[in-house]
Design a protein around this ligand. Structure first.
Ligand code: IMP
Length: 436
């Protein structure tokens, strides 16, 4: 049975939640391996629209086991709120949600540091984070003074660990700004209360996953954010603080690379980005506005308007190389229905030279100019199309060309938010793996 990773291939918000929800009925387990409440995975089921921040998008399949892995970071108050919301909507996670005892906790003090970093930065250095405390929590993890979920089980030992934060450089920074770092025991008591609420779900998820895989269960790995926001391979420093590429699922869940059958990259038919950093194909005029309005391109987590532009084939090829995609999903194809012409960036130009890959230097990336190919638009409402062979030839040509540029075949096309608005290409690698 296949174990497949679903990974964002651009700057996040590619529609991973929809695809994970759609495919999850073919899997026993859906597991998230990195990121935290900076993610906002939207799933539309009939009239209901859900925004998930921590919980994997497989949660809507009542039989699916869902795992929040050790590579994630969690805001416990927000996670409890999210679980309460699901419960009110009749979605029961008891006995099937497993949260890693090794995942790091976003303490309120770390969230405040995120806000301070952003407010003290100037326009050139501000990352435009989601202000959810993600960066400071991963910093604390790497600096080895972070708290893991298991550390919250005992108030006294949690107090001592938190004291290292409140009395250490993090606390000093807040005090220098005239703020209080807080009482470690009080912070520990509150965190312990939250821990008790979640305790029935807290487990050694790496052991469970390896056992389930040994028993022949199949796992869908759910990535968050996108490859261009990867801490190592994205447009550093304008990235998130975790590794977002498929390889991160091994460390983020505690399983071996040989467990993974393949990886599907999720792309939009165009490009969007929130926050700062280079975006060579960004459209600042009417075309960008048209994409934003037609695609409802406003952040699920923050409500911020997303920067919009044409499909960036250079970034896409780069993402395919480092993730070795076995297929691509092109979501939100219907957003381009209204355009007379659609463009694809096939190379960059810098200083009179043509670049075929992403420059490492963000300063260079800020200056590159996109080299475009122009294709005729299909000028047809695709939202009602349900089969590959019903797609207009111009739309199929665009998809074919995208596949060539990306370096992997297009296996799925999204033409709307509903579950049934996804068109699978017959005979693709994904279709063969899942008998679609
Ligand atoms: P952070 O992850 O909140 O630290 O934000 C770092 C960068 O990643 C900022 O540019 C954010 O806008 C971006 N980012 C983080 N999470 C997401 C996401 O789920 N979708 C899109 N962008 C994201």
């Amino acid at each position: 049975m296949p174990n497949i990773a679903i990974v964002g291939a651009q700057w996040g918000d590619e529609g991973k939640g929809k695809i994970v929800d759609l495919l999850s009925d073919r899997f026993d387990v859906v597991a998230r391996f990195q990121g935290g409440p900076n993610a906002g995975h939207t799933v539309t089921i009939g009239k209901d629209r859900y925004a998930l921040h921590h919980v994997p998008s497989g949660v809507f399949r009542p039989d699916a086991r869902i795992v929040i892995g050790n590579g994630t970071v969690m805001d416990l108050a927000k996670l409890i709120e999210e679980l309460d919301g699901l419960s009110e909507a009749g979605i029961d996670v008891s006995g099937r949600l497993y949260i890693s005892d090794r995942a790091h906790v976003i303490l309120p003090i770390l969230k405040r540091l995120d806000a301070m970093d952003e407010s003290e930065a100037d326009d050139a250095t501000r990352i435009g984070t989601t202000l959810r405390g993600i960066g400071p929590t991963y910093q604390a993890k790497a600096a080895r003074w972070g708290l893991r979920l298991a550390d919250l089980a005992d108030v006294d030992s949690a107090t001592e660990l938190i004291r290292r934060i409140t009395d250490g450089p993090a606390g000093d920074r807040l005090r220098a700004a005239g703020e209080e770092a807080g009482d470690p025991e009080q912070i520990a008591r509150q965190a312990n209360e939250q821990y008790r609420r979640l305790e029935p779900h807290v487990s050694e998820t790496s052991m469970l996953l390896n056992d389930w895989l040994d028993e022949g269960m199949n796992v869908l790995f759910e990535g968050a954010q996108g490859t261009m926001l990867d801490l190592d391979h994205g447009s550093y420093p304008f990235v998130t603080s975790s590794n977002t590429m498929a390889g991160a699922l091994c460390t983020g869940l505690g399983i071996a690379p040989t467990r993974v059958t393949g990886t599907i990259g999720i792309f939009k038919a165009y490009a969007t980005r929130v926050g700062s950093g280079p975006m060579p194909t960004e459209l600042e005029g009417a075309e960008g506005d048209e994409i934003r309005e037609r695609g409802h391109e406003y952040g699920t987590t923050t409500g911020r308007p997303r920067r919009c532009g044409w499909f960036d084939g250079v970034a896409a090829r780069y993402a395919t190389r480092i993730n070795r995609f076995d297929g691509a999903c092109i979501s939100l194809m219907d957003v381009l229905d209204s355009f007379d012409e659609v463009r694809i960036c096939v190379a960059y130009r810098h200083d009179g030279r043509k670049l075929d890959s992403l420059p490492a230097s963000v300063a260079v990336a800020e200056q590159v100019e996109p080299v475009y190919e122009t294709h005729p638009g299909w000028k047809t409402d695709l939202t009602g199309v349900r089969r590959w062979d019903e797609l207009p030839q111009t739309a199929r040509d665009y998809l074919e060309r995208l596949g060539q540029i990306i370096g992997t075949e297009v296996a799925v096309v999204g033409v709307g938010p509903e579950r049934d608005q996804s068109i699978f290409k017959p005979g693709s690698w994904l279709a063969r793996q899942l008998d679609l």
